[in-house]
Design a protein around this ligand. Structure first.
Ligand SMILES: *Cc1c(COP(=O)(O)O)cnc(C)c1O
Length: 481
């Protein structure tokens, strides 16, 4: 018995239809609503019992087209600007298909896929201004990439064998970062057994950047109390407003106290490839840098990058203790470097993420990807200017990168009313299929938050957004309470 198709020609035919349909689907993204809820009929059809008996691939594909494909997240649409989401590319999708067909196991091994992952890591290190001997690994996303950096910091800076002894083997470890640091930092501290209290959330200034002097004062105070500071986390693009910390000052502060500087550049790091690179100046001096390619690199989910200039620390954080016999590298054969990549991160069985990275970079060319990033920055500045110039709109944070936070705020409306009206405007934008921004709260003010990492957006899409917010705002404000 085998799970291969009984008739390979059938599979070929369905496969061709899939490619045709999906390329058309991407080509026509603009014609559909940005987002639609999954209708009850589709959910009811999908709530099937366990399918013990199979059916044809063609029939299963029909079910996909009817009940799954029409109700996506929406992030491939030109007016999707919620959270921080990537928009994908056709070539990236095709590369994922090729990678799945090859079905490589990327712990390491002597194979072309490992050559490609090394190659893209080298390209990415160079593009980020890291040295040629920097080490890196492709991971599931920014969360894992950030945790990867702090795992290395923990081993390098704890001062005892923390992998053997755990956190109780020495004084309490502490980590510093701005209060705007993404919530992965809590997950990281919890997973590393340090508890969330190990993260010192330092106040930010009016531009949402870490207060450097407050950070220094906290490090000094912690040292006096017998804590062991190990790392500072700098933000290249915070999730709420897109602010970037003074990374040059953070490097100096880290050096002053012998700390590891980790930078979370989940999306902002990509600015380093563009004419706007000054925004993230200093990022290239990080001990470790985390960034996503599935956000502002426009590649399909999932792919993030954990880079470090300390290859030994990265493997010291992850290599299995003692080197189990079943993972030993051999003198020849396939297993020359069995776990080359697995030793740098959490995953042992790993897929061929590197292929979509390699194909996207080669097909588009890095200049073109960087050009789209720069376009998004300029579109965001333009949107910020439009908001600032509009009498009924209020900009709620500086447009530092690609995020615009604003609200509908006609003259005379009170704070409470604004905080009730703007969430309703946001929901209406989404439910009417017009656009998908998301939300944040800035100094108690509810903000409609537009994060532009969308290579399909055009100026006219932002014009349409402004028009819709003002129109819906006036419509909802006029409704009797
Ligand atoms: C998205 C994001 C993360 C988490 O990355 P994932 O790829 O979602 O795991 C971390 N930091 C920032 C600033 C982000 O925007």
């Amino acid at each position: 018995m085998t799970l291969d198709p009984a008739d390979w020609d059938d599979t070929r035919a369905v496969g061709r239809a899939m490619v045709d349909d999906m390329v058309t689907w991407l080509e026509t993204a603009r014609e559909r609503p940005t987002w639609t809820s999954v209708p009850a009929e589709a959910k009811a059809r999908l709530a099937e019992p366990v399918p013990y008996e199979g059916e044809s691939l063609a029939a299963v594909y029909e079910a996909f087209k009817r009940d799954i494909l029409p109700y996506p997240t929406g992030n491939i649409h030109p007016r999707f600007w919620g959270w921080v989401m990537g928009t994908g590319t056709a070539a990236g999708a095709l590369a994922d298909f090729l990678a799945s067909a090859m079905n490589n196991h990327l712990a390491g091994y002597d194979q072309s896929a490992a050559v490609i992952e090394r190659q893209v890591i080298a390209w990415l290190a160079e593009l980020m201004g890291f040295p040629a001997d920097a080490s890196g690994v492709l991971v599931s996303g920014g969360t894992e990439a950030n945790i990867n950096g702090l795992m290395a910091a923990r081993v390098a800076k704890a001062g005892w064998d923390i992998r053997a002894e755990g956190v109780s083997g020495g004084p309490p470890l502490t980590i510093y970062g701005g209060a705007e640091t993404h919530s992965w930092i809590h997950t990281a501290c919890e997973l590393m057994g340090m508890g969330r209290k190990a993260f010192r959330a330092i106040p930010v200034d009016a531009n949402y950047r870490i207060d450097i002097e407050a950070c220094r004062a906290r490090i000094v105070a912690d040292l006096a109390e017998g804590c062991r500071p190990i790392a500072i986390v700098g933000c290249a693009g915070t999730v709420s407003t897109g602010a970037t910390d003074d990374l040059v000052a953070l490097r100096a502060l880290a050096d002053e106290f012998g700390l590891w500087l980790h930078i979370d550049g989940a999306f902002g790091a990509l600015a380093a490839w563009t004419d706007s690179k000054a925004i993230v100046a200093g990022q290239e001096t990080a001990d470790s840098l985390a960034f996503d390619l599935h956000k502002w690199g426009y590649m399909p989910y999932e792919v993030g990058v954990a880079l470090t200039r300390h290859p030994d620390a990265q493997t010291a954080a992850y290599q299995p203790a003692g080197g189990p016999a079943y993972l030993k590298s051999a003198q020849g054969g396939i297993a020359v470097e069995t776990a080359f990549f697995a030793d740098r991160g959490l995953q042992l069985s790993r897929g061929f993420r590197a292929l979509k990275v390699w194909m996207s970079m080669k097909e588009q060319g890095v200049s073109r990807i960087a050009g789209a990033v720069q376009m998004n920055i300029e579109q965001s500045r333009r949107l910020g200017d439009m908001v600032a110039a509009h009498p009924d709109l209020e900009l709620l944070a500086p447009v530092a990168l690609n995020i615009v936070c604003f609200r509908y705020a006609p003259a005379g409306m009170e704070a409470g009313a604004l905080n009730a009206l703007n969430p309703a405007i946001l929901v209406a934008l989404q439910e009417r299929g017009i656009a998908v921004p998301s939300q944040t709260v800035l100094q108690g003010r509810f903000a409609i938050r537009v994060c532009n990492s969308n290579h399909r957006s055009r100026d006219e899409d932002f014009d349409l957004l402004i028009e819709a917010v003002v129109r819906i705002g006036a419509e909802l404000a006029a409704r009797p309470a």
